[in-house]
Structures are given as C-alpha cells and as structure tokens.
Design a protein around this ligand. Structure first.
Ligand SMILES: Cc1ncc(COP(=O)(O)O)c(C=O)c1O
Length: 429
C-alpha cells in the first residue's frame, strides 16, 4: 500500500516494523558495495583467453610489418583503428587509439584546450576570465570533476528521457560565449540509462553557439553494452555535424574497459580531420607511442566487430541477471509504496533511483550504517549537490548474486525508513 495514502497510525506501525527489520539487518554486520560500476569477477573471467593466449616475438610483427615491441605508431595499430571504426561507424582516419583510459583522453582534451586553445579559440581557455561547462544531470561524477578541477563553472541542465533538455541547452549556448562545452554520455547514459533520441543528436549538431570553440564531449562509453537482443540505436553525430559544418565541435571517446579488463584495456578518441591535424603535433610530444602489445592482445582475442559483439552478449547475460536481481528486490519491497522510482535500462551499467524529495542522503546514511556502501547522494550532480536530494546511482554489476539480494533489501529498508522519518518528522537511528 502507498505510504502517501496511509493514516498517521498506519505509518507509525509501518515505521516500527521497518525499524525492527533494519536492526536485524544491522546485526548481520554486512560489508557490501553498490557504489562503483566495476565488472564482476565473472565478467573479467570472460576475457581469460586474452591472458592465456601465447604471444611470441613473431606474433608481434603485424601484416604491415610493424613490430609491436618497438616505439612508434602513435595513432595506434591500423587493425585496432579498423575495429573501433567498425564498432562505432566513425571513419578510421578520424580515430586515434591511445592508452588504456578514455577518461584520461577526455582530461587531455580539456587540458590541451586550457593550455593551447582549440582551432577557433581566440586564446587558450586558461586566459578566459570566466569559463563554464554544461553538465546534464544526473550524470557522471568524474566528468564533472574534470571541468571543476580546471576551474569551470558547472551548469546543471536536466536529463530527460531523450537526453539533455535541449530547449535549455540551445538557449544557454546561444547567448553565453563563456560556455565552452557540454558533457554527453549518449548511449545508456551513466546513470539514467537513457539513449539520446535522433532529434537530440541533430539539435546538438545543429545548434548555434556563442563560443566559436564550443565542444561536445561525446563519451560513448556504453556503445556496445546492450542488455536486450535489439539494442538502442544512436544517430551518428559526425554525419549529422557534417550537414551543418560543425564536425570540429565533436570529440568522441570510448574504450574496451568494460569489454575486457577495466583499467587494462584499450581506449580511443575520434575527432574531425581538422582537429586531428591540430592535436597531433601537440600530443605527439607527450609520447612516442602507446602500448601496442596490449592492442595486439586485444586484437587476437576480440578479432573483429562480430566476435566483439558476441563477447558482449556474454557480458549482457551476466549484467542482465544482476540488474534483474536488484530490480526484483526493489519491485517487491518498494513497488507499491509510492515513495521511489527506478530505471530499467536496456544497456549500460547503472540503475538510477529517485527517492521522495529530501530522502536520498538519509537513505545513503542508513545504508552505510547497515554496511552497504552507495555512491554518495548528490554525486550525480555538479558540485555533489542534488537540489532535490533524491537521486541515487546503483551499480549492480560487482557484487555476487547473494550479496546483491542483501544489498537490495538494505537499500529498500533504508529508503522506507528515510521516507517514514520524513513523513513522521522523526529520526529512527
Ligand atoms: C560514462 C563513463 N565514461 C568513462 C568511464 C571510464 O572509462 P575508461 O575506463 O575508459 O577511462 C566510465 C566508467 O565508469 C563511465 O561510466
């Protein structure tokens, strides 16, 4: 029954019941973590073949005669660029394969713009008296952290079911030249799971910006992380941008962190040819070349787009099972209470949950008391402040199934208690 229609006495009874349940959960001394979107051990084991395959010196010579054991080939192995091209639809010529972390590449882009400026910049960004960045929220805390660290004012724009609220984005970027860019996770967004609609992608490509050097940070981290057989489809932003002559504003990223090994995989970035030509001499001073042996290991294991997609289906089976476990507990415990809602995404790594306004922080606090770590309430918003204190990012992939059930029960109980405390204006613990 919904808490919102219960009488005062019924709420008091419910509160006593949940308090007793919570005490019993606390007594179990749990130590569970629903906070970071890490692959489970079961998922990591899917790529065991990459570690166990023998690799000889001879294998390190590619068909073009490139010796992967040696310096050079700054833009990455041609076969790896081809694989990323097949998977993303971005032409090979626009792709650079670089290092193990796409987040590091995003940091580099902002850092480069700060120090050197971008092609159309009147001056390096560090000389701008004011600089701002649009942060669709709920969004990815580490994106927001990069621009915060470089002294940008973070501007919150609401995430909707079709992507960022484009009316607001268009209005802001058209009138304010200090707004230098926007963070986007266009497929199975972290944490809402939303895939941008065709209209959103078109509007981002087409919109007029007051800043000549406005950029779209297109972090397509979950582009091949479907959970359904028929995954979401995302419009190709480079093709759209070409129609309006805005290709230079697109900076595209993805990696195999959640395909093979988180932190030990291969990352790529893509941009217009114009931007590649500008960036290359700057970035090439930084390194003579990235780890081609790791690229080769990945190529021998993942082979081509088809094999990679088949590998992702194995991930999907595991991730979907975990999502369902948490989803089912939440549905069973909270489904009829009218006090929270949560997403049921078709891909990606997260479930996004909204409590009643003003209850997310307290829910987190109660979870922590019972030994369940959640991503701190507010983390999905710029500066860590959720104006409605209601959003929680849940990452179900890492815990084993039994732990996930327990963590879900604690979360549900904590949500109920936090809400009851608010409705009854008291504090249980
Ligand atoms: C949206 C998004 N982008 C990037 C990353 C990190 O990617 P990488 O491991 O390639 O640095 C994550 C990790 O959770 C993520 O959720």
């Amino acid at each position: 029954m919904s808490y919102l229609t219960m009488s005062g006495i019924a709420l008091e009874n419910e509160y006593e019941k949940e308090r007793a349940k919570f005490s019993a959960l606390m007594a179990q001394n749990l130590q569970l973590d629903l906070s970071r979107g890490k692959p489970s051990v079961e998922q990591l084991d899917l790529s065991e073949g990459m570690l166990s395959a023998p690799l000889t010196g001879e294998d390190c010579i590619t068909e073009e005669g490139i010796d992967c054991r040696n310096y050079g080939l700054y833009e990455g192995l041609p076969q790896m660029r081809r694989l990323f091209s097949e998977l993303t639809g971005v032409p090979e010529a626009q792709i650079l394969v670089a290092g193990n972390s796409s987040l590091a590449l995003m940091y580099d882009t902002i850092s480069r713009a700060m120090i050197f400026g971008l092609a159309p910049s009147p001056r390096p960004w560090c000389f701008e008296e004011k600089r701002k960045f649009i942060c669709p929220a709920p969004g990815y805390d580490r994106h927001f952290a990069i621009t915060q660290r470089f002294g940008f004012e973070l501007i919150t724009v609401d995430m909707t079911d079709t992507g960022p609220d484009m009316d607001t984005v268009e209005r802001l970027v058209a009138e304010d030249p200090t707004i230098k860019g926007i963070w986007c996770v266009p497929m199975y967004a972290n944490p809402t799971g939303v895939t941008y609609s065709d209209e959103t992608v078109r509007r981002l490509a087409k919109m007029k910006t007051a800043a000549p050097d406005f950029i779209i940070m297109w972090d397509n981290a979950y582009s091949i992380h479907d959970l359904d057989a028929d995954g979401d489809k995302l419009l190709d932003i480079f093709s759209e941008a070409e129609k309006y002559g805005t290709e230079d504003r697109i900076f595209y990223y993805t990696s195999f962190s959640k395909v093979t090994y988180a932190g030990a995989a291969v990352a790529m970035m893509a941009m217009s040819i114009n931007n590649i030509n500008i960036m290359r001499p700057i970035q090439a001073v930084r390194t003579i070349g990235y780890d081609k042996i790791n690229q080769l290991r990945h190529l021998l294991f993942l082979k081509d787009a088809e094999t990679t997609r088949a590998h992702m289906k194995k991930h999907a089976k595991i991730v979907l099972r975990k999502f369902r476990i948490l989803y089912d507990v939440l549905q069973k415990e909270l489904g009829d209470k009218g006090i929270a809602e949560w997403t049921n995404p078709r891909g990606g790594y997260f479930i996004s949950m909204n409590t009643m306004d003003g209850c997310a922080k307290r829910t987190c606090e109660l979870c922590q008391m019972a030994g369940v770590i959640l991503t701190p309430a507010g983390a999905t918003f710029p500066y860590g402040i959720d104006p409605r204190d209601r959003n929680l990012r849940l990452a179900p992939t890492y815990p084993v199934d039994e732990e996930l059930v327990k963590a879900g029960q604690v979360l549900a109980c904590a949500t109920k208690l936090a809400t009851l405390e608010k409705l009854l204006q008291k504090r249980a613990f």
